[in-house]
Design a binder for this molecule. Structure first.
Ligand SMILES: [Zn+2]
Length: 404
C-alpha cells in the first residue's frame, strides 16, 4: 500500500474538516442573538466584539494553515529522516522528536504572541509582560518535550522487550499518569501561577458557611494571580481527596459584587459535590487506549517507514504520524462525548447555585463575565455540540431561570 499517499490524503481531509469548523465559527457572527442575552452588549461593545471575533478567526485560519503546511512539506519531501541521523533506535527517536517539537514550539510561539501580545493587548485583555510571555513559552516547551519524549522512549523500550504486550502495559502507565495529574492538579498548577489563601473577612466567612452547610471540605479556598496574564475573570474546582481546592481568580474578586462571587463559588462547589472532575475520566481512558493503539499499529507496520525515506522504524516518527495524521480523524468523537458530559455537569453546577439561592446573582455574574471577555453570544450549534465544554450563555440563563 502507498502509505505516503494515504497519509497525505487523510491529513488533508482533517485539515479541510478544521477549515469547515472555522468557517462555522466565523459565520456565527450572522446568527441572531438570543433574546435573553441581548442586553449583554451595547452597540459599541457589539462592534468591538465583531472586530475581536474577526481578528481571532483570521489568526486561527493562519495558524491552522501554517501547521498544515509545516507537516505537509516535512512529509512530502521526506524531511523527517534527516532529523534522525543516528543508527541507535532510541537516539534516532530522541533527535527527531526534539527537533520537531522545537520547530513546533517556535511556530506556536509566534502565533501565541500575536494572539495574546497583539490581539488581546489591543482589546485590553493582555496583562502579560514580555518576560511572563517568554517564561511561559520556555516552561511549556520543557514540560511538553520532557513528557512527550519520555513517554515515546518508554513506549519504545517496552515495545522492544515485550512486543504486543506494550498495548496493555503502556495503556496502564498512561492511565496512571492521567490519574496522578487529575489528583495533583492543584500542586502542578503552581508551575504557572501563584496561589494564596483567600484572606479572612466577610467573603471568606460567607464561603466557609456555604461549605459547612453542604458538609463539604476543601483543602483551601485559593486566590490565583490570574491578573498576571489576563484581565478576564474565572474560577474552577480541582483536585481530589486531600488536594480538593476551589480557586478564584484575583480578577474575579476585583470585578464582581460579593453576592456574585458567592454565586460563582456555589457553582464551583456544585462541581465538587457532584465529583465532576471524575465524570470524563472513562472517556479519557478510552482516548488513551485509542492513542496507544494508533502508535502501536504505526510501529508494527514496518513497511510505512520506507515510504517516508527511513531505513526502518523510527519511534518518534510513529508518534508524529499517529498524532498528526491518524488521531485527528478519531479524536473529535471523544471530544464530542467528553464535552456533552461536561455541559451536563455545568447545568447541574448552575442548578446547585440556584438551590443555594444565588440564581439571579449567577445570571448577573455570567453576563458580566461574558461582557468582559467578549464572548460569542450566538455560536454555531454544531460547534457547541462538538467543542464547547460549557453551554452557551443563553442556554445557561434559560436553564437557571427555569430552575428558579
Ligand atoms: Zn463550571
Amino acid at each position: 500500500m502507498n502509505f505516503k499517499a494515504l497519509a497525505l490524503v487523510l491529513y488533508t481531509a482533517s485539515f479541510l474538516y478544521e477549515l469547515f469548523m472555522q468557517y462555522l465559527d466565523w459565520k456565527s457572527k450572522d446568527n441572531p442573538i438570543p433574546a435573553n442575552v441581548r442586553d449583554v452588549y451595547d452597540g459599541e461593545k457589539y462592534t468591538k466584539w465583531l472586530h475581536y471575533h474577526a481578528e481571532g478567526c483570521a489568526l486561527q485560519l493562519a495558524s491552522a494553515a501554517a501547521s498544515y503546511l509545516f507537516y505537509l512539506l516535512l512529509l512530502l519531501f521526506d524531511v523527517f529522516p534527516r532529523f534522525a541521523p543516528s543508527a541507535d533506535p532510541y537516539l534516532a527517536a530522541l533527535e527527531l522528536m526534539v527537533i520537531i517539537l522545537a520547530l513546533e514550539a517556535v511556530v506556536g510561539a509566534v502565533f501565541s504572541y500575536i494572539d495574546s501580545m497583539v490581539i488581546d493587548q489591543k482589546y485590553g485583555f493582555n496583562k502579560r509582560t514580555l518576560k511572563v510571555f517568554l517564561v511561559d513559552q520556555v516552561k511549556s516547551f520543557i514540560i511538553n518535550t520532557a513528557l512527550t519524549v519520555g513517554l515515546v522512549l518508554l513506549f519504545a523500550l517496552i515495545y522492544r522487550s515485550l512486543g504486543d504486550w506494550t498495548l496493555l502495559l503502556f495503556t496502564g502507565i498512561a492511565a496512571a499518569i492521567l490519574l496522578a495529574v487529575t489528583v495533583l492538579y492543584p500542586i502542578l498548577s503552581k508551575i504557572y501561577n501563584r496561589f494564596t489563601p483567600l484572606p479572612e473577612g466577610e467573603l471568606r466567612d460567607k464561603l466557609t458557611e456555604l461549605l459547612t452547610k453542604n458538609g463539604y471540605r476543601v483543602r483551601q479556598i485559593q486566590v490565583m494571580d490570574g491578573s498576571k496574564r489576563d484581565s478576564r475573570a474565572n474560577a474552577y474546582f480541582s483536585g481530589h481527596g486531600r488536594t480538593k481546592t476551589i480557586v478564584l481568580y484575583d480578577t474575579l474578586l476585583d470585578t464582581m459584587t460579593a453576592d456574585e462571587i458567592v454565586a460563582v463559588f456555589a457553582h464551583e462547589l456544585g462541581h465538587g459535590l457532584h465529583k465532576d472532575t471524575w465524570k470524563t475520566l472513562p472517556i479519557s481512558v478510552l482516548q488513551i487506549v485509542c492513542v496507544v493503539l494508533a502508535v502501536w499499529l504505526t510501529v508494527r507496520t514496518e513497511s510505512i517507514y520506507t515510504w517516508f525515506g527511513f531505513d526502518g522504524v523510527n519511534y518518534g516518527f510513529a508518534f508524529f504520524l499517529a498524532s498528526v495524521v491518524e488521531l485527528p480523524l478519531i479524536l473529535p468523537l471523544f471530544s464530542l462525548a467528553a464535552n456533552a458530559v461536561m455541559r451536563r455537569a455545568e447545568y447541574r453546577a448552575d442548578a446547585h447555585a440556584v438551590k443555594e439561592g444565588y440564581g439571579s446573582d449567577l445570571i448577573s455574574a455570567l453576563k458580566k463575565l461574558s461582557r468582559d471577555s467578549l464572548t460569542n453570544l450566538s455560536p454555531s450549534p454544531i460547534a457547541v455540540k462538538l467543542y464547547y465544554s460549557h453551554p452557551t450563555l443563553s442556554q445557561r440563563i434559560a436553564a437557571i431561570e427555569k430552575a428558579m
